[in-house]
Design a binder for this molecule. Sequence first.
Ligand code: 6PG
Length: 476
Amino acid sequence: MSTKTPPLAQFGVVGMGVMGQSLALNVADRGFRVAVWDIEPKRFEDLRHKGAPPSLQGHAALEDFVGALERPRRILMMVTAGAPVDSVMERLAPLLAPGDIVLDGGNSWFQDTRRREAAWKQKGLHFLGVGVSGGEEGARHGPSLMPGGPAEAYALVRPVLEAIAARSEEGVCVTHVGPDGAGHFVKMVHNGIEYADMQLLAETYDLLRRGLGMSADALAGLFEQWNQGIAESFLLETTIRVLRKKDAETGKPLVEQVLDKAGQKGTGKWTVQVALDLGVSVPSIAGALDARNLSSLKDERVAAGRVLAAPQGEALSAEEKANLAAWAHDALYAARVATYAQGLRLIQAASQEYKWNVSLSEMARIWRAGCIIRARLLTPLREAFEKTPDLKNLMVADGLAPVLGKMAPAWRRTVGVATRLGIPVPVLGASLAYFDSYRSPELPQNLTQAQRDAFGAHTYQRRDRPDAGFIHSDWS
Ligand code: 6PG
């Protein structure tokens, strides 16, 4: 009687949380033999309940898991970002052989990824930091993937990543982003844009419900119309779904029962921190982060509401009542363009700093499906960077500058109405200020420079002779 050894698995997944399970099932569905490992082997039961085929096998011992993989081994880690990634890598490293490839699919800090990749290179091992977007649903049926690391290692995992990624009319939503931390950097910026886009939708919702008294259902209806046009996006679609849901206990819209304190896991904060380090202006993303931070001060806000004055006797004119919804549509779209412009500019700056050579048109293409910020806007965005790869700012692209020009009056009216009514619109407003600053040949920083020189002899350049160098004047 011959005992047949099962064929080796072609792909391994470590970490059977929701994302790890979904990705493992996705890989198995695409016809690959998959081995999985988790510190809690009982999680393999969940996989069986979720319909895992026999080609997906769980291993209780890490050694057995590694031994069950064909060489070079391809292992995706889906563990919590931070120390757990290092500890799994420490356990894996002695079991691996030169040329094996480990992918980190968590939301890891890109500098950690750079460090890990460099350290593993010394051992002859490959490490790829892979941004994975799309939540559980995306992971299961087609995420957008942003892999960064050595090109030769990417070539070896490419068939699997291309098989599991989402697809749009513009192709498969994965590409080699660049070397070392490029993939995780791009994913971090994706999340920064996500924060700002979510906040823009929240501000629009707030302005229309408080300014026009629209119900959740009426807003859902309006947003459904918007979602048929240029503003179409996954986050707008999600907003509609949220607005339509009724609370089982009260029968009222469930969103109204949700406490207005937003959480965060840190990628938005990193985006702003890195932007500050690289000297890139990201006011829309910073505004969204501040909005979440301020929202968490619920008790203080309730107390302050009793002592700080709200606008009194402000009412909308008939014209404003009739047009606010249409204006808000344009404000949302224009501010979204400004937000993406900031995020892409940040990727461009990091790509230069770290010599990653990231293609922004490719980023737009792989974000077109599967990820959280997928939106119709990404098509003109891709076209803009295809035409001019080193375009400095998306807002000045041929296809978008005229649109922003047309929408700017409505954007201003929207921010104006909100300001008069005392409804905070930090990201609509910050995005408009970004637009106005960027399009202004004249800014008041002549005064800033003069002040710096007047109180601290920090020197300034003259307009009429900028090349003559920095001078100091006596301002008394
Ligand atoms: C994605 C998301 C995801 C992120 C959540 C939560 O692309 O699938 O960006 O990676 O974890 O959106 O982020 P916050 O908890 O910080 O809001």
